[in-house]
Design a protein around this ligand. Structure first.
Ligand SMILES: Cc1cc2nc3c(=O)[nH]c(=O)nc-3n(C[C@H](O)[C@H](O)[C@H](O)COP(=O)(O)OP(=O)(O)OC[C@H]3O[C@@H](n4cnc5c(N)ncnc54)[C@H](O)[C@@H]3O)c2cc1C
Length: 293
């Protein structure tokens, strides 16, 4: 990811102010200790904090939080949408081209693939990468691959930056949401809703998160927010599908990154490049196989 940020001139959009996970009781803190021990084995730095050190890391927190864990190396981005657009601008400067259309049909053989667009026109390509998020399994099914992709819908509200001075990402694991300071606002988000790809959003969920945020940061101004719902594409084993379609080497799948698509996209992109160039993969791709289900 950092390599791509450097190449695309977006490194300044990476925020390196860490994260603070918060606990409401000693019991909740203790329940998380085995997870922290596992992170320690992988060399991830962290510090458990309480009292003044906790208040120093995030002034204005409700006293209901008795302990926290600070992870200095945790990274967030200044604004995911602006980062995505900036990386795309870099891709375009390298020759990538954007065409907006709905793909209704995909067919493939060993020499290439044909896409049929909603207007009835077709596009042919030697390689096609299916990276259609929560809708990807619908295209894969046309190629004979049945992949148990579901969506974990998530919600957030982005408040004006003036809503509260949040120093770093705050994680309320016990409540399933986070508060993230962006350059463009303060984002209160989380939730997992198994609501499929058709149903309209239920913004009562984002409102519920916002009500909790006001309890947890009593000085927070909840007005002027913008609600949003998005589709996380998730698989039963929480591992993405990265690999070739069963019937054709011309189609490569890259989807199912669940909660971590932004984090993992650059690494997946590198693996896809290796597929397209016919190179030996730099990692064991077995766990990512589309044929594993
Ligand atoms: C609530 C929420 C929280 C998240 N939090 C994090 C986080 O903390 N960390 C992190 O790293 N990532 C996070 N993510 C990112 C998440 O992992 C990605 O959004 C996910 O992996 C999907 O990304 P994608 O680019 O594959 O798909 P999308 O961004 O969904 O893009 C797929 C595109 O394919 C298009 N498409 C689908 N079908 C067709 C078709 N037939 N024809 C043409 N176009 C089609 C869709 O319109 C869409 O534009 C979060 C996402 C959400 C929704």
């Amino acid at each position: 990811m950092v390599g791509l940020l450097d190449r695309s001139g977006t490194r300044q959009m990476l925020r390196e102010d860490g994260s603070l996970e918060l606990y409401e009781s000693e019991a909740e803190f203790r329940a998380g200790l085995s997870g922290w021990a596992a992170r320690e084995r992988f060399g991830i730095g962290f510090r458990h904090v309480e009292g003044e050190s906790l208040a120093g890391l995030q002034p204005g927190l409700s006293p209901r939080f008795v302990k926290g864990t600070f992870v200095p190396g945790w990274k967030t981005v200044a604004d995911p949408k602006l980062l995505g657009k900036a990386v795309w601008a870099y891709a375009q400067s390298k020759g990538a081209r954007f065409e907006m259309a709905r793909v209704d049909g995909v067919a493939a053989d060993q020499d290439g693939a044909t896409l049929t667009l909603a207007d009835g026109s077709t596009r042919q390509a030697r390689h096609v990468v299916i990276a259609a998020g929560a809708w990807s399994h619908l295209l894969a099914r046309q190629l004979g691959d049945r992949i148990p992709l579901e969506t974990e819908r998530g919600y957030n509200t982005t408040l004006p930056t003036s809503a509260f001075d949040v120093k770093r990402q705050l994680i309320f694991s016990g409540h399933g949401f986070v508060i993230t300071p962006l350059d463009t606002g303060l984002r209160v988000g989380g939730a997992v809703e198994l609501g499929g790809i058709e149903r309209p959003p239920n913004f009562n969920r984002s409102k519920a998160l916002l009500r909790k945020a006001v309890q947890f940061l009593p000085g927070l101004d909840p007005s002027g927010g913008r609600d949003w719902m998005g589709f996380r594409p998730s698989l039963p084993d929480s591992v993405p599908v990265i690999g070739r379609a069963t019937r054709s080497r011309s189609v490569i799948y890259a989807f199912g990154h669940g909660h971590l698509g932004l984090t993992q996209a650059a690494a997946t992109g590198r693996l896809i490049r290796e597929f397209v160039l016919g190179q030996t993969s730099s990692v064991d791709l077995g766990p990512f196989s589309p044929q594993r289900f």
